[in-house]
Every structure is written in structure tokens, then in C-alpha cells.
Ligand binder design. Structure first.
Ligand code: CMC
Length: 431
């Protein structure tokens, strides 16, 4: 690309700033010297116009509905890969060889157990404790039991830390469910694949080992792969910001779990289910609900996206997968009919058309989890297991690249200087 610049005219002077181009051709004004040269900062609430970093990991084109992991289209990932292979691709930057896959898989197996001391933590949580809260707390506590894994300065140590997180997060998630259900923990089975093993830890009972169908394992792989990364979203940006303070990998991803919890982000999959369940009761017609959405009394959960202004490609893949799984498992789900009708009504309504609101990843993802018998309070936990490779890849990239503390500016709007009044002289005012 030829070097282009933009000119800023301010206070009788002109300043030039370079325009950088992504490998896919999108322009980006480099304002890193803006404040030093002009004394100005920029205001961009929600960061909708701000590139916070340069990244090689994931490409999203929101206008065209394109998503690629390390250049590989999400449709190809979904069709040809497994979650473990996808994790390696995202973290290490290219497709693994057979030998690398074997080594990674055996590292995951070696890391699947939790320190027995850590199991007492689960006892300290009340029954029905929020699994997202348990997950973030226990992931953060891993370093107490193996402090050596905090040091990821050499590549071998980093590889072990990566495997520890990706493997143990699955065990922690399953154990938090078992605890909430009052069921004994089921230890991981080293002979099983990643997803098969998770379903085993969730659903096996003493003397009866759960054998998920091939379709169930495939659907879980798909769910996790589709959630594995999505460039600078809220939780990933959180992980990068926390990591920029040279916070260890484990605590950084634990902060990502907390950010993911919110219902405008990963928590949307729970909100979609709750919305569909309410509508299924029939107390309110779909038309009336849509009218309330248009009056902005409620949001149509699972619709809309900061980046996608067309179909989220993950939603398209998940929608088809839901039907495949329901058919293979020979189960029906009344919520799917509600979802289909709601989708159709919204896509044909001018409110949604004018604002480019389409189904996002969360609209159909809960249906897959429902078909897999994953309980509702685990939905966002499942998203977190899937997003772990993305968070790790971004933490690593951030640490290897600029190594600059993330520290945004603000446009201050408070009092310039407030006179101090001693406590006993302040007039009583009820708040
Ligand atoms: N239902 C109704 N109206 C909506 C919705 C929705 N789901 N999403 C956006 N709008 C309207 C919004 O009211 C605004 O209207 P107006 O221009 O009249 O003020 C316009 O569309 C633009 O919305 P916005 O809030 O400026 O868009 P945003 O980019 O800040 O929000 C979003 C993105 C995902 C937070 C939002 O679309 C939303 O709340 N969706 C529902 C929650 C959801 O499904 N979240 C999952 C996102 S994808 C997975 C993930 O990131 O974890």
C-alpha cells in the first residue's frame, strides 16, 4: 500500500498523521503521536472507532459477515477441525503438524486433574453458587497450588501453562456443575478426547459411565470452535488490558471470565433462553414483544452486534447444527419454533432492517447446549471454555509485541477545583 496521511487542522496549524492498512486493506489512522504533537486526545466511548492494538490472530469483516482464525475461514474451521486443533492454531499461529497435535493432546491429558487441595474450594461455595463466579475464582486460584506455572517467560513453561489452562478449565467447569447438583466429582478419563471427556465429567454417575453420541461430541466441538476467538471483544480486551500490567496469564484470563459474564456479551446466551422461554409460555404474543422491543422497553437478545452489520457467520453455522443435532438425537425442542418465528419477524421488520440487526452467535447457541443437556446456568461457562484459546493467544501476542501498559485517557467533566470544608462545618444533606 502507498503511504497515505490524513491532515488535521487545529488552532491555525496543520498536522499530518499516517494511515496504516491492514493486510485485508482497511485503513487506520495512526494517532499515537497525536497528544504529543497537538495536546489533544480523542473521545470514542465504547471504542467503536479505536483499534487498540495490531493483531495477527482473527479477522472479522462485519459488513460482509466474514470471520477467519489465522486466515482460515470459520466455515472451514467448523467443517474440518476440532476444538483442540483450533486452540493450537489460534495460540501458535498456524495449523499444527500431526506430531504437534499429539504432543499438545498429551499435554492436555497430563494437565487434566486438579490439585486435590483445590477441590476443597468447591465445598466453600454454597449450593447453587453461580458457576461463572466459581470458574473465575478457581481459575485464579490455580496459581496458588502451582506457583511455578505463573512464570511463562520461557517457551516450554508457556506451553505447559497453555495446556494447564485449556485442560483444567474444562475440569473446573464440570466440577462446579457436579457440586451444584450435589453429585460426586467424576475424574477425567485420559482415554477420552477433549469434548467426550467433558461430557463424561458432567454426566457419568458412579458405576455408569456416560458415553455421548458422536453427534453430541461433534456438536460440542463445533460450539467451542465457534466461540474460540472474536478479536478485540469486551472480554478479550479485558484480558489484554489486565495482561499489559504484566499480570500472569491465569489471573488475566480469570478477568476475561468476569467480563464475559455480562448479558450484553457472553451472558446473552442465557438471556436468549430466558426470552424464548417467556415467549413459549404464551403470555405475550411475538408481535407484542417485537413492539416492546421497538419501543426500546426490552432488547431482542441474540440480535445485533457491534461489528456485524449482516448475519453473524457463526449464527448461520449454529442454526444448521441445531437442526442436525436435534435430528440425530431424535429430540424436539419447542423453543426452536419460537426462535425461528421471532427471527423471521425481526428480519422482515423495518426497525431491525434499518439498524442492520441480525442474529448473532448467541441466538442459536443455547439450543445446542440444551440438546446436549447442559443446564442454563452453565451456558456462559461453556462460552468461557470455548473462548479460552482466544484469550490466551491475545495475552501472548500482547506480551510479545508492544509490552506497553494499557492506560486510556479521559475527557474530564468534574469540578475544576473544589474547596475543602471540614466535616463538622458541612451542612446536613440527605442523599
Ligand atoms: N434489540 C433491539 N434494538 C437493538 C438491539 C437489540 N438486540 N441491538 C441494538 N439495537 C438498536 C439500539 O437500540 C440502537 O437503536 P437507535 O439507533 O434507535 O438508538 C441501534 O440498534 C444501535 O445499537 P447500539 O446499542 O448502538 O449497538 P452496539 O453496537 O452498542 O450494541 C450489542 C451491540 C450487541 C450490545 C447490542 O446489539 C445488543 O444489546 N444486543 C443484544 C445482546 C446480545 O445479543 N449480545 C451478544 C452479542 S454477540 C456475542 C458477544 O459479544 O458475546
Amino acid at each position: 500500500m502507498t503511504a497515505k496521511t490524513v491532515t488535521l487542522k487545529y488552532d491555525g496549524r496543520e498536522y499530518e498523521f499516517p494511515v496504516l492498512y491492514s493486510t485485508t486493506g482497511e485503513g487506520c489512522i495512526d494517532i499515537s503521536k497525536l497528544r504529543a504533537e497537538t495536546g489533544l486526545t480523542t473521545l470514542d466511548p465504547g471504542f467503536g472507532n479505536t483499534a487498540s492494538c495490531v493483531s495477527k490472530i482473527t479477522y472479522v469483516n462485519g459488513e460482509k459477515g466474514i470471520l477467519r482464525y489465522r486466515g482460515i475461514p470459520i466455515e472451514t474451521v467448523a467443517e474440518k477441525m476440532t476444538f483442540v486443533e483450533t486452540a493450537w492454531l489460534l495460540i501458535y499461529g498456524r495449523l499444527p503438524t500431526m506430531a504437534e497435535m499429539k504432543k499438545f493432546s498429551s499435554r492436555l491429558t497430563n494437565n487434566e486433574l486438579l490439585h486435590e487441595g483445590l477441590l476443597h474450594h468447591f465445598d466453600a461455595f454454597p449450593p447453587n453458587g453461580q458457576p461463572m463466579s466459581i470458574l473465575s475464582a478457581v481459575v485464579n486460584s490455580l496459581i496458588c497450588y502451582s506457583p511455578e506455572i505463573m512464570d511463562t517467560t520461557d517457551e516450554e513453561a508457556m506451553r505447559n501453562a497453555v495446556a494447564a489452562i485449556i485442560s483444567k478449565v474444562r475440569t473446573i467447569a464440570a466440577f462446579s456443575y457436579r457440586k451444584a447438583m450435589g453429585l460426586p466429582f467424576v475424574y477425567p478419563d485420559p482415554a477420552r478426547s477433549y469434548c467426550d471427556n467433558f461430557l463424561h465429567m458432567m454426566f457419568s454417575i458412579p458405576n455408569k459411565s456416560h458415553q455421548p453420541t458422536q453427534e453430541a461430541v461433534k456438536a460440542l466441538n463445533l460450539f467451542l470452535m465457534l466461540h474460540a476467538d472474536h478479536e478485540q471483544n469486551c472480554s478479550t480486551s479485558t484480558v489484554r488490558i489486565v495482561g499489559s500490567a504484566e499480570t500472569n496469564l491465569f489471573s488475566s484470563v480469570a478477568s476475561g471470565i468476569c467480563a464475559l459474564w455480562g448479558k450484553l456479551h457472553g451472558g446473552a446466551n442465557v438471556a436468549v433462553f430466558e426470552m424464548l422461554s417467556r415467549l413459549a409460555k404464551g403470555d405475550e404474543t411475538l408481535d407484542k414483544f417485537i413492539e416492546r422491543v421497538k419501543r426500546k422497553e426490552v432488547r431482542l437478545m441474540g440480535f445485533g452486534h457491534r461489528v456485524y452489520k449482516t448475519f453473524d457467520p457463526r449464527a448461520k453455522i449454529l442454526k444448521k447444527a441445531v437442526f442436525d443435532l436435534l435430528e440425530a438425537e431424535r429430540v424436539a425442542d419447542p423453543l426452536i419454533d419460537i426462535a425461528l418465528k421471532l427471527e423471521e419477524k425481526a428480519l422482515n421488520d423495518s426497525y431491525f432492517k434499518e439498524r442492520n440487526l441480525y442474529p448473532n452467535v448467541d441466538f442459536y447457541s443455547g439450543m445446542i447446549l440444551r440438546a446436549l443437556r447442559i443446564p442454563l446456568n452453565m451456558y456462559t461457562v461453556m462460552f468461557a471454555i470455548g473462548r479460552m484459546p482466544g484469550w490466551i493467544a491475545h495475552w501472548r501476542e500482547n506480551n510479545e509485541d508492544l509490552r506497553r501498559l494499557a492506560r486510556p485517557r479521559q475527557l474530564y467533566s468534574g469540578p475544576v477545583e473544589t474547596p475543602f470544608v471540614p466535616l463538622d462545618l458541612r451542612p446536613d444533606e440527605e442523599l
